[in-house]
Design a protein around this ligand. Structure first.
Ligand code: NAD
Length: 335
């Protein structure tokens, strides 16, 4: 049993805490949140300890690992404290909003043997995973193009957008990581386009974009196209398409059910899309905990690590620069 403490009991922290508590090979050591009521609710609901401070978590001898689900600006400090305390880390994306801070942390923790896993959960989705396996098994031949569609059901609250670091670091970052995972090669150039269509006033105020398209390319010429929108009237749209020399595979949207209607008027499936990320990626979040436990228990490499988090942030920065300067950015310009 790996004993994991959860830092942060907000939207995603409480889901992770419940997943750990339910996992057969993990034990929820307890939870901590600066917002005492949030921590108390989760601790009482799951019947676990509520730590009084982050210090108490990092000092606890019975805690093998920490899951960091606090607000993004706290991640760098908590990762470093986890490493210094010898506790394996599973950290939510992004590592931070500043590449400089991430690079500095990379230097400070260089050479550590403490596992650090990043919560790029989409890698663990059964559908996306099956598409990648088909590629690796040679079913579609040589990979040419990756097309990722990721659209949120509705605009997040203004307060969230204001501190999000912008769409590329907050939202596209998942797809930038997934694109690298599917491409199997490092991205060398980034071209991005950003528009203010859903809430132009808010986007103008935050100097952000709400409808974006990104084109990534690799040294061998493989391409990935990512389309994101902060709003899609029909719900949370999550699809991945891989085109190769011998065919195409598509990881389609998961639907709430698969009932199809066949009448004289025609045929249709009218099921809705799962509401948002917690519903859509339920299986993947659960798998993520299992893979983290495997790596910690067996001393094997984590499936997605600190460097993956750093490169995804670097690509997000390249997207912002591409929009601002209206040109293709070579990734080497940011290294
Ligand atoms: N993997 C995904 O799909 C996904 C989805 C949503 C959010 N996230 C990431 O997860 C993190 C949390 O997001 P959220 O939506 O749950 O936010 P949230 O605001 O709902 O929760 C964050 C919690 O952290 C607590 N907190 C802040 N500073 C703290 C500190 N120093 N010590 C202890 N607790 C502290 C807050 O009180 C709050 O309860 C963010 O980094 C976000 O980018 C990832």
């Amino acid at each position: 049993m790996i004993s994991i403490a959860v830092l942060g009991c907000g939207r995603i922290g409480r889901m992770h805490a419940a997943n750990i508590a339910a996992h057969p090979r993990a034990e929820l050591a307890g939870v901590f949140d600066v917002h005492g009521r949030a921590a108390a609710e989760v601790a009482e609901g799951l019947g676990v300890r509520r730590f009084a401070s982050a210090d108490e978590v990092f000092a606890a001898s019975g805690v093998d690992a920490v899951l960091i689900a606090t607000s993004t600006p706290t991640h760098v400090d908590f990762i470093e404290r986890g490493v210094r305390a010898g506790k394996a880390v599973l950290c939510e994306k992004p590592i931070d909003l500043s590449l400089e801070r991430v690079n500095a942390l990379r230097q400070r923790i260089a050479g550590t043997s403490v596992p650090i896993m990043l919560g790029f959960v989409r890698r663990f989705d059964n559908g996306h995973g099956a598409a990648r396996r088909a590629l690796l098994d040679g079913e579609i031949g040589d990979l040419w193009q990756v097309v990722i569609t990721s659209r949120d059901p509705g605009m997040a609250p203004a307060a969230y957008i204001e501190q999000s670091g912008g769409i590329f670091r907050d939202m596209t970052i998942h797809d930038l990581d997934l694109a690298r995972f599917m491409l199997g090669e490092e991205v060398t150039t980034v071209t991005a386009s950003g528009s203010r269509l859903v809430d132009p006033a808010l986007m103008e105020r935050c100097q952000d974009y709400d409808v974006v398209t990104v084109l990534l390319s690799t040294a061998s010429g493989r391409q990935a196209v990512i389309t994101n929108s902060r709003q899609a009237s029909y719900g949370y749209d999550q699809r991945v398409e891989l085109l190769g020399s011998k065919g195409m595979v598509i990881s389609e949207n998961a639907l709430e059910n698969l009932v199809s209607r066949h009448t004289a008027d025609g045929t249709s499936i009218r099921a809705r899309l799962p509401h948002f990320f917690i519903e859509r990626y339920r299986q993947a979040f659960d798998t993520e905990i299992g893979l983290f436990v495997d790596a910690v228990e067996n001393g094997t490499p984590v499936p997605v690590g600190f460097e993956d988090g750093r490169i995804a942030l670097l690509l997000a920065d390249a997207c912002f620069r591409s929009v601002a300067e209206g040109r293709t950015i070579a990734v080497s310009e940011l290294e």
